[in-house]
Design a protein around this ligand. Structure first.
Ligand code: ADP
Ligand code: ASP
Ligand code: MG
Length: 445
């Protein structure tokens, strides 16, 4: 069994949904994980923001515009009265539900319910289309098996048992469709895997059923060696190791959800990144094996805050770092980068929800400076300790960019630098020129 995940663009119109039906119809057993149609989750987020702001008029306008879009897609997608009626009935029910939230008090439960509707719509609409063209498929409700534990991590035990049980209900069936992104939390409420989470659904499900391969189909021909939204002349990378891909995903390569590599890596299931707009392109194959020692790619993560902690007694005071880390642990705030000296430690975070409380506690035993508006620029590859010259190449490329912090040696796959976000583009361009283009460079915009 393979898992094939299709992102927003791949299901973004009637034409794309038709092309998708052709792409998956090769008779092989598979589970197809779908995102919401492109633009939908953003529109749903806007609706929830309007509802939080108690702006019923705005929420109504946004809901109506989205409903029109879905009615148009249904009209273009279905060729028979029967399928069209089914599609329109579904759309009516979903949008009636969205409108109902304007009537009462609005909170996180309502928000999570609204955000789940995009994937529920795309999967059911596609399932009706397959039915119409006589392709046998089963619509599996992700809410029956995708579950988070009390720490908001995937509950792998639950998911494994329930996904396997669900599939066992349909002996002989070869094509299953399910929703990406949506799940239930430990209390059983509807929840989600955060933005871009359909990739994570695919790898969690792949690990749970021990799939032979996980394919992530999107709108580009694989993982590129730099951010194609910022830099021209980027190139797809044919092969990456799990560790390299995980670093790129975590440090900003939007093509993959930040933590989606982990489940595949745990069960050693190959992940292939493929392009629905160019299905014959080779894409990127991610396995446990690295394709040689080299610098493979660059990515950047914005929204970074640096916290500099100074204590004159730090070196002698063993237990100091533990005291610092305990505070971040208590406030459930992960640390991305860290650098230490004898008298100070600097670290970075991207989740600033509890920043004020963290700083207040740190100030109880040291001096603290906070710096916002930063980006981590991350160079990924296989940098074995025995091979020399990587640092020179990277820092030679970055020689005109002021660097706030450096992390080298934390893993064999990642060299990271911290820069002001306004210099991120320059840093990505400089690295492209210095590492990949040998002399020429191009910028977008
Ligand atoms: P989907 O909706 O299919 O999940 P995403 O928009 O989440 O697609 O991811 C695909 C996009 O990721 C590409 O269109 C590209 O602009 C962006 N991207 C950012 N960094 C990279 C990279 N290093 N390689 C490929 N794509 C990248
Ligand atoms: N629809 C969700 C989002 O836009 C999940 C996904 O597309 O992966 O973030
Ligand atoms: Mg995505």
């Amino acid at each position: 069994m393979k898992i094939l995940k299709f992102g927003g663009t791949s299901v973004g119109s009637a034409e794309r949904l038709r092309a998708l039906a052709e792409l998956i119809e090769d008779g092989d057993a598979k589970i197809v994980v779908l995102s919401a149609m492109s633009g939908t989750t953003n529109a749903l987020v806007e609706i929830t923001e309007a509802l939080y702001a108690q702006d019923a008029v705005k929420a109504k306008g946004l809901t109506e515009a989205l409903e029109r879009k879905y009615r148009d897609v249904a009209a273009q997608l279905y060729g028979t009265e029967k399928a069209l009626a089914k599609g329109l009935e579904l759309i009516e029910a979903v949008f009636e539900r969205l409108r109902s939230f304007a009537l009462g008090k609005f909170g996180p439960d309502g928000e999570r319910d609204i955000l789940s509707q995009g994937e529920l719509l795309s999967t059911a609409m596609f399932h009706y289309y397959l039915e119409e063209i006589n392709v046998d498929s089963v619509l599996l409700p992700a809410l029956d098996f995708m579950r988070l534990d009390a720490k908001d991590e995937p509950d792998m035990g639950f998911i494994e048992t329930h996904a396997v049980d669900e599939l066992a209900k349909y002996p002989g069936k070869r094509l299953f469709i399910t929703q990406g992104y949506i799940c239930r939390n430990a209390s059983g409420e509807v929840d989600n895997l955060k933005r871009g989470g359909s990739d994570y659904t695919a790898t969690i499900l792949g690990a749970a059923i021990r799939a032979e391969e996980i394919q992530i189909w999107t709108d580009i021909d694989g993982m590129h060696n730099n951010d194609p939204r910022v830099v021209e002349n980027t190139r797809p990378i044919a092969e990456l190791s799990f560790d390299e891909a995980a670093e790129l995903a975590y440090f900003g390569a939007k093509i993959l959800h930040p933590t989606c590599i982990f489940p595949a890596q745990t069960r050693n299931i190959p992940v292939r990144l493929l392009n629905t707009l160019q299905p014959e392109a080779r894409g990127t194959l991610i396995t446990e094996r690295s394709a040689g020692d080299d610098i493979k790619a660059v990515a950047a993560k914005d929204g970074i805050t640096a916290i500099k902690i100074k204590s004159g007694r730090m070196l002698l005071a063993y237990g100091f770092l533990r005291a610092v880390f305990e505070i971040f642990e208590r406030y459930k705030t992960p640390i991305d980068m860290i650098a230490t000296s004898e008298v100070a430690v600097s670290l970075t975070i991207d989740n600033t929800r509890n920043l004020d409380a963290i700083v207040a506690e740190l100030k109880g035993f040291c001096r603290v400076e906070v710096d916002k508006g930063l980006s981590i620029v991350c160079v990924v590859g296989s940098f074995t300790a025995e091979k020399e010259g990587y640092a020179l190449k990277i820092f030679e490329a970055l020689k005109n960019i002021p660097i706030r912090m450096i992390s080298y040696g934390g893993s064999e796959n990642n060299v990271s630098v911290l820069v002001e976000t306004k210099l991120k583009r320059d840093a990505l361009l400089a690295l492209n020129k210095g590492l990949f283009l040998a002399g020429t460079s191009g910028a977008l915009g």
